[in-house]
Design a protein around this ligand. Sequence first.
Ligand SMILES: Cc1cc2nc3c(=O)[nH]c(=O)nc-3n(C[C@H](O)[C@H](O)[C@H](O)COP(=O)(O)O)c2cc1C
Length: 199
Amino acid sequence: MQFADVVAKRRMVRAFESRPIPSAVLDRVLDLARRVPAAGNTQGLDLVVLEGEQTQRYWDASLPVERRAAFPWPKLLDAPVLIIPVSWPAAYVERYGEEDKARTGLGESEDSWSVPYWYVDTAFAAMVAMLAAVDEGLGALFFGQFEHEAAVKNALGIPADRRPVGTIALGYAADEQRPSASSKRPRRPYEEVVHRGGW
Ligand SMILES: Cc1cc2nc3c(=O)[nH]c(=O)nc-3n(C[C@H](O)[C@H](O)[C@H](O)COP(=O)(O)O)c2cc1C
């Protein structure tokens, strides 16, 4: 697909077919997702990938069985793959304490960072994964873990000092989609968003 078509076609998919993603296709998506820019080239990014039955470990930690009947997007749970992009704040603090970066003062602590670039870099990877998914004929949903972050980390053995930024459900889109309330909000017009030459 043309790049502009990939970007234009990408919309969040919240209902999936359960058919698996061929291994080579998934590998291509993951390989592209790790080829993102990174502040200080720190690369404090990890991708936890769950396939097939493994996805149950995620759902068991984040959506208790008794709440599933009332869950408005039941076919989200059919997604054959879940990707959890995980950021590593301490790696950025350490990197910016190195000689070529020390003058920034960002090597002192996480609190020194006005913009936490570990989340920026990890979000870049999530975006590339979603665009690569569209290019492969797949659909994806990025969604938050919110109050379930600790349970998800525990279930998947994610180290305590790492921060998952959310979850990407990946798979072939089901024919019928149920949009969220958010996705019905109109896109802000170009003229309103773009400030050429200054605000
Ligand atoms: C950081 C982030 C968090 C999101 N969290 C959720 C979520 O928890 N549940 C959900 O259904 N969609 C979630 N979304 C999807 C947004 O609702 C969606 O991107 C937005 O409505 C625009 O629709 P589109 O992506 O289909 O163009 C999230 C998107 C982003 C970027």
